[in-house]
Every structure is written in C-alpha cells, then in structure tokens.
Design a protein around this ligand. Structure first.
Ligand SMILES: Nc1ncnc2c1ncn2[C@@H]1O[C@H](COP(=O)(O)OP(=O)(O)OP(=O)(O)O)[C@@H](O)[C@H]1O
Ligand SMILES: [Mg+2]
Length: 284
C-alpha cells in the first residue's frame, strides 16, 4: 500500500471522563497517483484521520502506512515523513505567522538546511505552481490577501517541501464558488501533471465526484466505504443513510430517468449533466 491505515483506532483524552473514540478500526489504502476524496458528515473523524497521515496524531491502536512502512514504528522517520506527506490544515491561514508571502512559503525549506538560492527557487516554483505570480506576491503580507489567495499560499508552503502526497482538510471551506473551482482545478493539475497523490476532505460532493478516482467514506469514526469513486457515489442508499446529500443535479438526472428518458444517473456535476442532456437530444 502506498498510503493508508490498518485497524486504526484513536481516542481523544483516553482514561479521562472526556475520553472520545473518534476513529474505530479504520482500514483504507490509496495507491500512488490516486486522487481520493474523504467524505463524511461533520464529526465523522475526517480531520482526526488526516492528522494521522503525517504523524501529527499517533494511533491509540492500529497502524498507519506509507510506502508499505509502518510510519509510527520509528519516531526519527517522522521528520522525513512530514516532507513526503504534505498536510494542509482546515483554515490554514489561521496558522500564518510571517510578515511576507515569501517568508511564509520559505519557512519549511529553511528548516532543511538548503542554500539561499535553492530556497528562493523553491518558493518561486511553489508560488508559480499554485498560480500566484511570485514577483507580484512575494512581498505581500499573507494576512492581507483574499481568502482564496491565502489558501493558495498555504498550499505553496507545503509544496515547497516537494512532497509525494498532498493531504488537504476541507481546503475549500468558506470559499465562494469560483475560488472553489479554481482550487479543485489546481488539485487536479497537481495530481495529473505533477504526479502528486492527493487526498482531500470535502463537503462538496459535486466537485469531489467529478474529480476523484477513489472515495473514502467515514461515519461516526468508522469506515463506511472505500473504493473507486464511481462505485461509492453510485451507492446512493448508503450515502443517504449517513446523511450525505447528493448534489441536486444528481436528483434531476434520477427523475429524468424515472420519467423514461435514457440518461445516465451517475452524474454529479452541472457540466456532465449539460453534456448528457445534449446527448439525449440526439437520442430522442
Ligand atoms: N481535540 C479534541 N478533543 C476531544 N474530542 C475531539 C477533538 N477533536 C475532535 N474530537 C471529536 O472527535 C470526533 C471526530 O472529529 P473530527 O474533527 O475528526 O471530525 P470531522 O469529520 O473532521 O468533522 P468536520 O466535518 O466538522 O470538520 C468528533 O466527535 C469530535 O467531537
Ligand atoms: Mg474536520
């Protein structure tokens, strides 16, 4: 397995009256090159699972694997691991602490003992990768950017370590629809063109279904499904059971089908629905 968990259980504040089991026996795996979405209702354990993937949290029981290695086994490996598995937190801008975008993105590579030019080169290429012109943004104050630009800086800060896996916890939370599509398009590019394996948690099933090749579904700390995204999103009953509403456009395609129109029902986003309806015109 490239990255994943085996029988992972995590209890917050064990042995106290506040003990809470946030993950219970979760096993899932991703292959190199996957674009995976992690979905589940609020409180289902997505952030807790994500924080295990680069060793920020250690399992109460069970194991976390990267490249077939148990990553909890050797604490010295943790630093190396954090370079390979880049984690973008929920609302990452809350953790900005630098005066300039350059310093924010340079922070992690500076800790790698790299030469000054190499650090500058990494900052420039990370900013360019996320679509921020380095010359225009390097000297800006990170707190004085738009919400969408702040997210891009946070992603650039992680990319400057040249990770193999990018894990993002609800990167589009609080963004408007155009910033959201821009961000998902960036993730698609990082996956397809830069070869990064991507795992992203989201509440936006429409974008998730359109982009991902794998889906991992959690509910109340347990794994409900993990598999090809098409299969997972087809399992409407299970998704509805745990309170995950399908995108409205999927409901429209379902009702067209019920009315006898020969349309596909595995449609989750507007663009695919538009194409399918155009094709229908030819079929009728
Ligand atoms: N620091 C903490 N201390 C105690 N319990 C916690 C802590 N963080 C999370 N939990 C509990 O663990 C469970 C899983 O929380 P988690 O934040 O992983 O869910 P989530 O799926 O990321 O939710 P959301 O979609 O709202 O971000 C919840 O019941 C939550 O109350
Ligand atoms: Mg969360």
């Amino acid at each position: 397995m490239f990255i994943g968990t085996k029988d992972l259980t995590y209890i917050y504040m064990p042995g106290t009256p506040f003990a809470a089991e946030a993950l219970s026996g979760v096993s899932f795996s991703l292959e190199r090159g996957d674009f995976a979405v992690l979905i589940g209702p609020s409180g289902s354990g997505k952030s807790t699972l994500i924080q295990h993937l680069n060793g920020l949290l250690s399992p109460t029981q069970g194991k976390v694997f990267f490249n077939d290695q148990d990553i909890g086994a050797d604490k010295k490996e943790l630093l190396f691991l954090r370079r390979k598995i880049g984690l973008v937190f929920q609302m990452p801008e809350e953790q900005f602490f630098s005066e300039t975008v350059f310093d924010e993105v340079a922070f992690a590579p500076r800790n790698l003992d790299l030469a000054g030019e190499e650090i500058a080169a990494r900052v420039n290429s990370a900013l360019a990768l996320v679509g921020l012109d380095p010359d225009a943004f390097k000297a800006r104050h990170p707190f004085r950017l738009s919400s969408g630009q702040k997210r891009l800086v946070a992603i650039a800060a992680v990319l400057s370590l040249h990770p193999e896996v990018l894990v993002l916890d609800e990167p589009t939370a609080g963004l408007d629809i155009s910033a959201r599509s821009h961000l998902f398009a960036l993730l698609r590019r990082l996956n397809a063109d830069e070869g990064l394996t991507v795992l992203v948690s989201t509440h936006h099933l429409d974008e998730a279904a359109a982009l991902a090749n794998r889906a991992v579904v959690l509910n109340r700390g347990r794994l409900v499904m993990c598999g090809p995204a098409g299969d997972v999103f087809q399992n409407r009953v299970k998704l509805k059971d745990i309170g995950l509403a399908l995108p409205p456009v999927t409901g429209i395609m379902d009702s067209l089908c019920e009315e006898g129109m020969p349309v596909r029902t595995d449609i989750f986003d507007l663009q695919s629905a538009r194409l399918e309806i155009l094709l229908l015109k030819g079929r009728l």
